[in-house]
Design a protein. Structure first.
Length: 231
């Protein structure tokens, strides 16, 4: 018997005629916590929180646009060609992490190279720690939207999926693997590894990437590239 006894309500609260979705609340929480952590870690590299939030603004915009475009153009293009009005309905779900990473990455490059004379690799090391934490939290939005689930399962942690959202091949199944949860846990483990690496490697040299770096000292990009490998 599953520990998940009922399907979740995607609506958190209703204020007047406005329905506030759990998906949006969780994504907002994940973004806020990721930004706050990045600002805190930035002090270790001599980067002010003002610069972190400035960059964060562009990364969030680029990430949201990239996430939606990837979902619409790559994953579900036939559906949105038939239902173009649904393209803007982000609150119903439908953002792809691959597009978010790509969009945020491009926005960060633009900001760092065109706006601020700071090494991109130092920024990349700083940002991905918060990104991994945000991903671990944000995946729970998929639970409330009943998306990102796997094959049917009899395991006690299987999640119930309403019939309308089940794949055609599994209409008679009720409980499915919570793949959102699996990725959330793996993202949390990735966050732990990146945080350890961040505190182990970066030091004063990171503030001035042009300075000579001795053996075993900080190399800009180590944390960022580790994130790519682990993800």
């Amino acid at each position: 018997m599953s520990i998940f006894t009922s399907t979740p309500d995607p609506i958190a609260i209703v204020v007047g005629n406005v329905a506030v979705h759990w998906y949006g609340l969780i994504i907002s929480l994940a973004t806020a916590l990721g930004m706050a952590l990045t600002a805190r870690l930035g002090r270790r590299l001599g980067i002010s929180k003002e610069l972190v939030y400035d960059l964060g603004f562009w990364v969030i915009i680029g990430g949201l646009v990239g996430a939606r475009l990837y979902h619409v153009l790559v994953l579900e293009l036939p559906y949105y060609l038939a239902n173009p009005g649904d393209i803007i309905k982000v609150w119903q779900g439908g953002i792809a992490i691959h597009g978010a990473i790509l969009g945020g990455f491009l926005a960060a490059i633009f900001y760092v190279q065109k706006k601020k004379n700071v090494s991109f690799w130092v920024w990349a090391d700083l940002v991905v720690v918060g990104v991994a934490l945000g991903q671990a939290i944000g995946r729970w939005g998929n639970y409330f939207n009943q998306e990102l689930f796997g094959r049917p399962t009899d395991l006690s942690w299987g999640i119930p999926i309403v019939e309308a959202l089940r794949p055609i091949a599994y209409q008679t199944a009720e409980f499915f693997h919570p793949t959102f949860l699996y990725e959330s846990i793996l993202n949390l483990l990735t966050f732990g590894v990146l945080l350890i690496l961040f505190y182990k490697f970066p030091g004063a040299k990171a503030r001035h990437p042009g300075f000579p770096v001795k053996k075993n000292e900080y190399r800009a990009g180590v944390v960022f590239l580790t994130y790519l490998v682990l993800y």
